[in-house]
Design a binder for this molecule. Structure first.
Ligand code: ISJ
Length: 499
């Protein structure tokens, strides 16, 4: 569906802003889309691409996000792919239990009549053409304080740039990237006007010097702040005790109990600096940021829910946590203890089993690592098991079908799902919002990636809600779980400069 000619991309190529030839090509593509909209009397998505060289996705994003209420940043350690997206050509929304399916149906309907033009870049990580980006809250039933971020919000960005993540030691060396301008046309749209709008947006987001910039860290944290634990520590430990009681009574096997640290600062938080700190302190994670009106939801997560790369489906079981040691010997001993603990093994196996079962519905050759491995981050270490399968020849399942099936896994909700989630909504007393939800992107061919939004915060000017949760099983110790939740809050605290 997209044009496939592989362009020659070199770092000498002049960057950004569209020239006369680009304008003509974009206009011709929009006119084709308009013809199609007139014939079909339906909405037509038009997507036009041009190769770019780009030094740093975060630098582009932090400049371009200023002028728009909707932006998206994605920088992934899993395939070294990056996405920067500005503005919305079309929102895809859903509510309640069917929220993922509604978004999927909307996206499929919109891409059925996709019209593409320009030159697509093929030497990038998986994913092609226009993307639907955004995410889903933890649960439609677990958001008492509605109205902060919608339960489900994906959208087709007006401007998207896909590229590769720069090496830390070569952050200002440009690499190949693809600029894409997307619009939705109606039978009575004015093609010239659409083109002018898109070119204006590209000019604003990508002035000639922008693509060569690397994001600078602003080190000064001059703001003061106050913070409150919600609920307070004793109450939360009491909830852990209550959960273990229910588990021993046999009501469910595992539940992930979360808490919030609500911070109010003397001046607005510096979101781009926070993102930059996250990616340098947590290089093995996927760093994401979603700007929606006055809110920014951001984080650095070590966990993906699912990735579909051509016909390969990948999921990750990440559950079971230990602190990092102060010395290499202590660190190794803690890792051994983590891998050897029957309690943690059980907590972990519940997740892996669920992932395997869910993949089996549409995949063949479903397999997982024989043994969990230990993944080390700066703040904690986790037990991790990769699960993968190949889409069955007759399967039409795409990334959003897997999101629908898998979210929330027992790594973020509990097991069995129904009983543990119902206990959570009666007892946790927290608006998780998009924490423990998913953020990611889908292309029109069913490929995509969704991250589990842990190690995250919701920022609104000078206010921030930071979240952390812990898997609770029968013999969980409230003090140890509380300490683990503190360690899990650390990445966002340092990123926002509130230590
Ligand atoms: C819930 C969180 O993390 C999840 C819970 C884990 C655990 O209980 O060991 C480990 C990784 C994540 O799946 C969090 O970081 O907030």
């Amino acid at each position: 569906m997209t044009s496939t000619a592989a362009p020659v991309v070199t770092s000498e190529r002049p960057v950004t802003v569209l020239d006369r030839t680009d304008r003509d090509s974009l206009l011709a593509t929009c006119r084709r889309a308009l013809d199609q909209a007139r014939r079909s009397q339906r909405l037509v998505l038009v997507s036009w691409a041009k190769p770019l060289t780009l030094a740093d996705p975060v630098a582009i994003w932090s400049r371009a996000r200023r002028g728009t209420p909707r932006s998206f940043l994605w920088q992934s350690a899993w395939d070294r792919g990056s996405v920067v997206a500005i503005g919305s050509a079309r929102d895809l929304r859903g509510r309640g239990e069917n929220r993922v399916a509604s978004v999927r149906d909307g996206w499929q309907a919109l891409t059925r009549d996709l019209v593409t033009g320009g030159t697509a870049v093929t030497e990038l990580p998986a994913g092609e053409g226009p993307l639907a980006i955004g995410g889903f809250a933890f649960s439609p039933e677990n958001a008492p304080e509605k109205g902060r971020l919608p339960d489900a919000l994906m959208w087709v960005p007006a401007l998207q740039i896909r590229g590769t993540v720069p090496d830390q030691d070569a952050a200002d060396r440009p690499g190949p990237a693809e600029l894409r301008l997307n619009a939705v046309l109606l039978h009575d749209s004015d093609a010239e006007q659409v083109v002018n709008g898109l070119i204006h947006l590209a000019d604003l987001c990508l002035p000639p010097e922008a693509a060569a910039e690397a994001q600078k860290l602003a080190y000064a944290d001059e703001r003061t702040h106050t913070s409150a634990e919600l609920p307070d520590a004793d109450h939360w430990k009491g909830l852990v005790r209550r959960a273990t009681g229910r588990i021993r009574d046999g009501d469910f096997e595992k539940v992930v109990l979360a808490r919030e640290l609500r911070v109010t600062a003397s001046s607005p938080f510096d979101v781009p600096t926070a993102v930059n700190r996250l990616r340098s302190a947590y290089p093995g994670t996927t760093v994401f940021a979603v700007d929606h009106e006055e809110y920014t939801f951001l984080g650095a997560t070590p966990e993906y829910l699912v990735r579909v790369d051509r016909r390969a489906v990948h999921a990750l079981g990440l559950a079971g946590t230990a602190p990092r040691g102060l010395t290499p010997e202590q660190d190794a001993a803690l890792a051994l203890e983590l891998a050897g603990s029957a309690k943690i093994q059980h907590e972990h196996d519940v997740v892996v089993q669920m992932l395997r079962d869910a993949l089996r519905d549409s995949c063949v050759d479903v397999d997982s690592d024989a043994e969990p491995s230990v993944v080390k981050l700066a703040n904690v270490q986790h037990l991790s098991t990769k699960v993968r399968g190949d889409l069955a020849a007759d399967s039409t399942a795409g990334i959003l079908d897997f999101v629908d099936r898998l979210h929330p896994t027992p790594a973020l909700g509990g097991h069995p799902r129904k009983e543990s989630l119902s206990w959570l909504s009666d007892n946790e007393g927290l608006d998780r919002s998009w924490y423990a939800g998913v953020v990611g992107w889908a292309d029109h061919s069913g490929q995509g990636q969704f991250a589990v939004t842990i190690r995250s915060a919701l920022v609104d000017g000078p206010s921030a809600s930071l979240y952390a949760g812990c898997g609770i099983v029968a013999d969980s110790d409230p003090e140890a779980e509380y300490a683990e939740s503190c360690a899990k809050l650390r990445p966002m605290m340092s990123a926002l400069g509130i230590e």
